[in-house]
Design a protein around this ligand. Structure first.
Ligand code: PEP
Ligand code: MG
Length: 585
């Protein structure tokens, strides 16, 4: 038995066999084929290629059913590559002219592309290299007769163990038999983790070297709450986790039954619980969990999953369908947050040395005005269909906010001149995700209609820790006293000026922080839909006075560990049956 601890991304406990996703290059035989056998060898290649294309098309279809059409578009890049003559023509020539065996012709041609991407140095190209590696494996699996092993053909539940996954690969895990996911690399709030969490299975990332310790078929306990993986557990561990799994399932059923209940403290303070979504289709689930609207719609995912930028009409369709599904509930649309770890297919031809400090988010939008204006036109056209709010991400200076709002006003004027109806009173807000904005909150409060505190980024910029780097994940914590002080500063500044404030970082869904956030003065949280019921349970068990006392108490501590310990103890005190149901570190 061996226990490995990683970073908890999505809760749940699963006990199943491991399926180790082979991610290293496989050994491929090399030999020459005599001229009379070359047509047959070429035929073998064409059949393997067709089978790999069919697999991809099936994965595309499955992702479409399970994750929706937007997420499925991620496979279109792959399908395109598997039909690209610049890749296929040299393979065919190697087989029929040089007499290279099909397996080696495939491996050597794919290698060339993989090496070229890897040599480009940036993470974006390394991601592309992994995607190409995945395609190579799909073709080789068919050529080398290993297709039976493919994940999609499994007929028993498995926990997938991988070194590192691209968002595309994470999306392809949306299959019935995959009941959990654990990877060596990654951080809780990175792009792959956000896609993986949407699968609804427990996910643990940042385990460093789990692939070195697990063999295919090993029994695994995956605890997505504690961020733990137990390999080949003994009887005692199995019993303990079986009980924990049943308790968690009971807790989930009970909390789900409370979806209709109001999020109100014992002494009558009402907390608004909104949802974070990436695609409109998540709204159904959000409403089932008792969400009262959308507090963060991450609109860039449509760009990430398409091979081409969406048109204004496509964007309009997305936004207006979201408003229709919400049926009168509020929709907070965040404008594009591209850059850093979120790149479009066409983007990133000029990789940045320090992308998280580079041309990302609102900076990217202000530098790519036609793209920004197209999005704003679509948002404004949809505005007449329901209570929509607009917020700009990663605002660091007042000039940026004013520029963004000027572009918005200009786009609204154009539309009105064209005779297109635009709602006149759309609230315009900003995300507080960097220390400069948090420190200047009282100045910003004069200009904005609302704030949304994005702690995922606020933490990384305050403590100088890359949110997707597992090597420094222990330093990335909302319990850092500097982070708490900044959040408190924003809430106070906003309150003085009567500016509506919500918090939409991952901690909004982590019940360890619920009492603290209420105690600091927040009355609105935006969180992953599935986390709404348990956060609501905490709210319904506490009084405002208890929360305020707790906020004052931890406000005086200087150590992150001590703050976290007290927050956990308090959460456990008010909700003992949720034992382990939090993931803060
Ligand atoms: C944040 O930074 O807290 C946030 C909600 O935005 P994202 O996770 O999309 O960067
Ligand atoms: Mg952010």
């Amino acid at each position: 038995m061996k226990t490995i601890t990683g970073i908890a991304v999505a809760p749940g406990i699963e006990i199943a066999q491991a399926f180790v996703l082979e991610q290293f290059r496989q050994r491929v035989p090399h030999h020459l084929v005599v001229p009379e056998e070359r047509p047959g060898e070429l035929q073998r290649f064409e059949e393997a290629l067709a089978a790999a294309q069919a697999d991809l098309a099936a994965d595309h279809e499955r992702a479409e059913t399970d994750l929706g059409p937007e997420a499925a578009k991620i496979f279109e890049f792959h399908l395109g590559l598997l039909q690209d003559p610049t890749l296929l023509t040299p393979i065919r020539a190697k087989i029929s002219e040089d007499g290279t065996n099909a397996d080696f012709a495939v491996a050597s041609s794919f290698s060339r592309i993989i090496d070229q991407f890897n040599a480009m140095g940036s993470q974006v190209f390394r991601d592309k290299a992994r995607d190409v590696l995945d395609l190579e494996r799909r073709v080789l699996d068919h050529l080398m007769g290993r297709s039976e092993e493919r994940l999609s053909r499994l007929n028993k539940p498995v926990v997938v163990i991988a070194h590192e996954l691209t968002p595309t690969q994470a999306a392809s895990m949306a299959i019935e038999h995959v009941v959990g996911l654990a990877t060596d690399a990654g951080g809780r709030t990175d792009h792959t983790s956000i896609v993986a969490a949407a699968l609804g299975v427990p996910v643990v990332v940042g385990c460093h070297a789990i692939t070195e310790h697990v063999n295919d078929g090993d029994q695994i306990i995956l605890d997505g709450q504690a961020g733990q993986i137990i390999i080949q557990p003994d009887e005692q561990a199995l019993e303990k986790f079986q009980v924990a799994k049943e308790r968690l399932e009971r807790f989930r059923t009970e909390t789900a039954q409370e979806a209709e209940a109001e999020a109100i403290t014992r002494d009558g303070t009402r907390i608004t619980l909104l949802g974070n979504i990436e695609f409109p289709r998540e709204i159904n689930q959000l409403l089932e969990y008792g969400g009262e609207g959308v507090g963060l719609y991450r609109t860039e995912f449509l760009y990430l999953t398409s091979t081409e930028d969406p048109t204004e009409d496509e964007l309009y369709e997305q936004y207006s369908s979201a408003l229709k599904m919400l049926d009168g509930r509020p929709l907070t649309i965040r404008t594009l947050d591209l850059g850093a770890d979120k790149h479009t297919q066409q983007q990133a031809l000029e990789p940045e040395r320090n992308p998280f400090l580079g041309l990302r988010s609102i900076r990217h939008s202000l530098r790519h005005l036609p793209m920004f204006r197209r999005q704003l036109r679509a948002i404004l056209r949809a505005s007449v269909e329901g209570p929509l709010r607009i917020m700009f991400p990663l605002i660091t200076t007042m000039t940026e906010f004013k520029q963004a709002r000027m572009v918005l006003n200009d786009v609204a004027d154009d539309l009105r001149e064209e005779g297109v109806a635009v709602r006149p009173d759309i609230p315009v807000g900003m995300m507080i995700e960097v220390p400069s904005a948090a420190l200047m909150a009282s100045t910003f409060a004069r200009e904005v209609d609302f704030f949304s505190i994005g702690t995922n980024d606020l933490i990384q910029y305050t403590v100088a820790v890359d949110r997707s780097n597992e090597r420094v994940a222990n330093l990335y914590s909302a319990a850092n006293p500097a982070v708490i002080r900044l959040v408190k500063n924003v809430i106070r500044a906003a309150k003085r000026r009567g500016v509506d404030t919500s918090l939409c970082g991952e901690i909004a869904g982590d019940m360890t922080y619920t009492m603290l956030l209420i105690g600091l003065g927040l009355r609105s949280l935006s969180l992953v839909p599935a986390q709404i019921p348990r956060v609501k349970q905490v709210i319904r068990r506490v009084t405002l006075d208890e929360c305020e006392k707790l906020a004052r108490r931890v406000g005086a501590f200087e150590s992150q560990r001590r703050i976290l310990r007290v927050l956990r103890e308090e959460t456990k005190r008010v909700l003992p049956e949720a034992d382990g149901g939090w993931n803060a570190d």
